[in-house]
Design a protein around this ligand. Structure first.
Ligand code: CP
Length: 315
């Protein structure tokens, strides 16, 4: 089946999910991001690659990191950037998403960055837009968050370059996490040999093993000798009814404390896509500790998003 994210030459046209993208494209994005990471160190933090292009940020769901870093990334590429305030837009008067897209297209938008609570929203927009326009999924429901998955593997590659030799544990609410799905697809495509998920049964998708991961329900077993610990937030907004006894009980069993982290390799890194709930999935001593790379993840997000936009603008 044709991949709707690739053009006839096999180059990236839209970025909708990591699932189905070839390793070649993932490496192209990561290598391009490497070249952009240095732009932040320059006095003038700008390159002219998107000069004359208009990028529209459409966030139908809240965001701090993704929205802001996309905006910074587009500005560093010299694009004109519109961040539509959806709550004060004509969506509130009943305008459909596709009508909003058509109107922004009439204003000569070249690229849409879309976050939406409904899985599949970015795919729908990508199918609708004119051929010269690219769509980037900035998170759709519990389906995918491809640039988060990419910035996470970029961060891992920075701290642990031997990707083919790593043990990675993803801990927490995998069931509702678009980030976990994107991370798993990115890690397995790039050849990380052992990806573990650690969670109670109620927070794991059925048949999660089919994604190529090893399943653990016990932190003591799952964290043993891992190189990377990726913590996930409990996605309470996507839970229908109580799936856990209480946040305190969850923290006792699955919260990452210094004691539990000591089960991983001594030089293991700790990651979290944010937003963090301190005292629920992670203890502050770990979140702010020496093994944490949570803030570098945010910084690398700019370079990765610059890479994605510059590659899309070239196709
Ligand atoms: N990681 C992430 O998507 O964070 P935001 O919701 O703040 O964008």
């Amino acid at each position: 089946m044709l991949n709707p994210q690739l053009n006839d030459d096999g180059e990236l046209k839209h970025l909708l999910s990591i699932e189905g993208l070839p390793k070649r494209i993932l490496n192209q994005i990561l290598d391009t991001a490497e070249s952009f990471a240095g732009v932040a160190e320059r006095e003038v933090k700008k390159v002219p690659l998107l000069r004359g292009k208009t990028v529209c940020n459409l966030f139908f769901e809240n965001s701090t990191r993704t929205r802001t870093t996309f905006e910074i990334a587009a500005k560093r590429l010299s694009a004109d950037v519109i961040t539509l305030n959806v709550s004060t837009s004509s969506q509130s008067k009943g305008e459909t998403i596709l009508d909003t897209i058509d109107n922004l297209t009439a204003m000569h938008a070249d690229m849409f960055v879309v976050r939406h609570a409904q899985s599949g929203a970015a795919h729908m927009i990508a199918k609708h837009v004119a051929p010269h326009i690219s769509v980037i999924n900035a998170g759709d429901g519990s389906h995918a968050h491809p640039t988060q998955g990419l910035l996470d593997v970029f961060t891992i590659r920075k701290y642990k370059p031997e990707m083919h030799n790593l043990r990675v544990a993803i801990v927490g609410d995998v069931l509702h996490s678009r980030v976990a799905r994107s991370e798993i697809h990115a890690l397995t495509t790039l050849g990380v040999p052992e990806v573990r998920v650690i969670a109670p049964k109620t927070l794991l998708p059925q048949d999660v093993e089919k994604l190529g991961v090893h399943v653990y329900h016990d932190m003591n077993e799952g964290l043993k000798d891992v190189d990377v610990v990726m913590m996930l937030r409990l996605q309470n907004e996507r839970m229908a009814g109580a799936m856990l006894p209480s946040a305190q009980e969850y923290f006792k069993i699955y919260g990452l404390t210094s004691e539990k982290l000591a089960l991983a390799k001594p030089d293991a890194i700790v990651m979290h896509p944010g937003p963090m709930n301190r005292g629920v999935e992670i203890d502050s001593a770990v979140a702010d500790g020496t093994q944490s790379v949570i803030l570098p993840q945010v910084t690398y997000g700019i370079a990765v998003r610059m890479a994605v936009m510059s590659i899309l603008a070239g196709n």
